[in-house]
Design a protein around this ligand. Sequence first.
Ligand SMILES: [Zn+2]
Ligand SMILES: [Zn+2]
Length: 233
Amino acid sequence: MVGLRRILEVSRAVTLDCLCPRLCVRCRKEGALICESCWENWTVTAPPNGCPGCELDKAGKICTACVGTWGLAGLASMDSYADPVLRRLIGAWKFTGDRQAFGLLKTHLCLFAERLRPYHYQAVTWVPLHASRKRGRGFDQAELLARAVGSVLNIRCEPFVERVVHTPPRAKTHAGERGKDDMAGVFVGRGTSPERVLLVDDVFTSGGTMDAAAKALKEAGAKEVWGLTLARG
Ligand SMILES: [Zn+2]
Ligand SMILES: [Zn+2]
């Protein structure tokens, strides 16, 4: 089954390459997903990292005004979602299953995650897709990122949270994500969560989704949940 899926993926990639030749995500030159010179020159810079709730500059930590309503203790994001290269790589991976885009994103995220090593998190988990959505896409992007981070930081990576309510795309807000108040009951904890957990997702926009997952983790026993994403909107 896995073999058949892989053959279908490869043949789809070959067909797509023939029908619409690849353009570099940075300079749009024809030939590769990212050309050699753009790969050498593309640097991700951590976006402004204020409090995830109100943007007050707190080095990514939740500020004292937001702490009562947020489940997350803080957020570390690798790049700004305003970076077109990052946006195109995420789009190519999530919506066409581009494995090379995933490889590039994973490499950068693992390098970035090294800065979290001194905080000694006990485990990594992720903001999961609903099971039906994962079946449709064939993979859960946040899970693949979390597993890569767990392996580079050498800490266990397990599904400590489950999405029990399917939130259809039409219910999203204009910000591309549901508001915080609409997310109650969407996630539940699975088993007992370790106390200090790193919660991974691909993109952080208004934070409603990630925060709801963080709250479910806390109900399952977590004391401190820190978010890690590729991009911050
Ligand atoms: Zn280029
Ligand atoms: Zn705040």
